[in-house]
Design a protein around this ligand. Structure first.
Ligand code: MD3
Ligand code: FE
Length: 207
């Protein structure tokens, strides 16, 4: 389950109850103060993924308290139960206590059947702490690359509903992306009728 140093995949980690709870929470955030939207990129492009942020607002390529690029409002507070889930996730992946892991932001990405995410690095956080990724709904093809280039070598992994992935240490700055979602592969019992949700927990290093 260690794909690369610090990159640990735990298939089926979330229970069905936890997945349902996360779907409900994502629904509330998606219609909250700063609604879920396709992020506009500085070059004029628009992401195919829909995103809503919790705790801090991410806009390319920084974190802010207010969503200046959407409606100027403050995003929803980061809940304590989500930080607890993050600590349990890091403890599970790395096999030890993670009491010092204090995520303060979540990026919730929704993929319809056509959505993709190109190869990129997550380097807007000013903390070396790991990123926790939770997947719900349709299975996707996840591409985990290297820290030097967008291209090869990379490892392809299928991410299914309930899967946990933790990216820390030497993997924290690796290129990664989602080249494909497999429509109709999710279980509607999660509360998600179609598409894929990915929730990433992060430490911004901001205050
Ligand atoms: C590896 N999300 O939000 S999750 C992102 O499925 C993002 O929505 C994808 O890439 C998604 O930035 C991939 C897996 C993931 C998330 C963060 C990482 C892998 C990562 C940060 C560093 C290294
Ligand atoms: Fe990313």
């Amino acid at each position: 389950r260690e794909i690369a140093p610090g990159a640990v995949h735990v298939p089926g980690w979330l229970s069905m109850d936890e997945q349902r709870h996360l779907v409900q929470a994502c629904r509330a955030w998606a219609t909250g103060p700063v609604p879920m939207r396709r992020t506009r990129l500085p070059g004029g492009g628009v992401m195919s993924v829909r995103t809503v942020c919790v705790g801090w607002h991410w806009q390319p390529y920084r974190y802010t308290r207010l969503a200046h690029d959407v409606n100027g409002r403050k995003v929803a507070d980061f809940p304590g139960w989500l930080a607890d889930l993050g600590r349990r996730a890091v403890a599970e992946a790395y096999g030890g206590p993670a009491d010092d892991y204090a995520p303060d932001t979540a990026l919730v990405n929704f993929y319809d059947a056509e959505a993709r995410m190109g190869m990129h690095q997550d380097k807007d956080e000013r903390s070396p702490a790991p990123v926790v990724s939770l997947s719900i709904g349709d299975t996707c093809l996840f591409r985990f690359g290297n820290t030097e280039t967008r291209g090869k070598p990379y490892t392809d992994v299928e991410l299914a509903s309930g899967d946990l992935f933790v990216f820390g240490g030497p993997s924290r700055l690796a290129y990664h992306g989602v080249p494909k979602v497999h429509p109709g592969t999710g279980d509607p019992a999660t509360g998600l009728a179609s598409g894929r949700l990915n929730v990433t927990l992060r430490v911004t290093g901001l205050r």
